[in-house]
Design a protein around this ligand. Structure first.
Ligand SMILES: *Cc1c(COP(=O)(O)O)cnc(C)c1O
Length: 231
């Protein structure tokens, strides 16, 4: 592994591009989110020098702090679970909330967005594999939640779906999940729901992002392969 963050970032980016070309996709369709959670602001600043623009954070407090302190504006993605009482800290600091998993959470996002007169882009998080330990709606509930949010909340744009696949040794094991997520996205898209464009499919992490891109991911969230192991 190279010592420099930008070299590692570029290695991941190159693998994404290569995968896209191999499966006939335009590399521009896939955004690489550098997952900077637990890492210091200096790491973000180091990548910003090379015009890296998308960073992922798990904890709302950490996102808020980094947003407030970073030297130039970049896009911060809220990728971790979001409690309703934390929405107010990040609502105008995140470019995309990946982890909307309940009507109740959407209701609070709507309320806080309306207060500030802003529009908020979100993804609905799907626990596709039905793992006990994970947040997200089941694959059967996803369409219902998308419809409810779209019909109730004026300040929310549903942009697509997100999933965190199981931790597996062989990324091939997650292929059926990524494929299923892509089908689910297309299913929902085909319903042409107002304020729902279903253009974003956020899936794939350090261990399985290549397979995720092969199966249609438009955003991959990569931490360890760029920043190294977390404490
Ligand atoms: C930590 C995290 C990632 C990045 O995981 P790596 O395996 O380090 O690439 C991606 N998505 C979410 C939601 C995470 O919490």
């Amino acid at each position: 592994m190279s010592e420099k963050l930008i070299d590692r970032y570029n290695e991941v980016r190159a693998k994404i591009d290569e995968t896209c070309v191999k499966c006939g996709r335009d590399p521009k369709e896939v955004t690489l989110i550098a997952v900077s959670k637990t890492k210091p602001l200096e790491d973000i600043e180091e990548l910003i020098k090379y015009e890296v623009n998308d960073f992922g954070e798990n904890k709302p407090q950490e996102l808020k702090k980094k947003f407030d302190e970073v030297s130039v504006p970049v896009r911060f993605h809220q990728i971790g679970h979001l409690q309703t009482n934390k929405v107010k800290y990040i609502i105008n600091k995140t470019s995309l909330i990946h982890s909307v998993d309940s009507y109740k959470l959407a209701q609070v996002i709507e309320k806080e967005a309306a207060k500030r007169d802003i529009f908020v882009d979100i993804l609905v998080e799907v626990n596709y594999a039905g793992e006990e330990s994970k947040f997200g709606v089941s694959k059967d509930e996803a369409l219902g939640l998308v419809k409810e949010i779209a019909s109730s909340f004026r300040h929310i744009n549903v942009k697509g779906l997100m999933t965190i696949a199981p931790f597996v040794d062989d990324p091939e094991e997650n292929r059926p999940i990524f494929k299923g997520m892509h089908e689910l996205l297309l299913d929902i898209k085909s319903q042409n729901i107002d304020n729902v464009d279903m253009s974003v499919l956020s899936m794939g992490m350090t261990n399985d992002y290549v397979v995720a891109v092969e199966e249609g991911a438009t955003m991959v969230r990569v931490g360890t392969a760029i920043f190294g192991e977390r404490q």
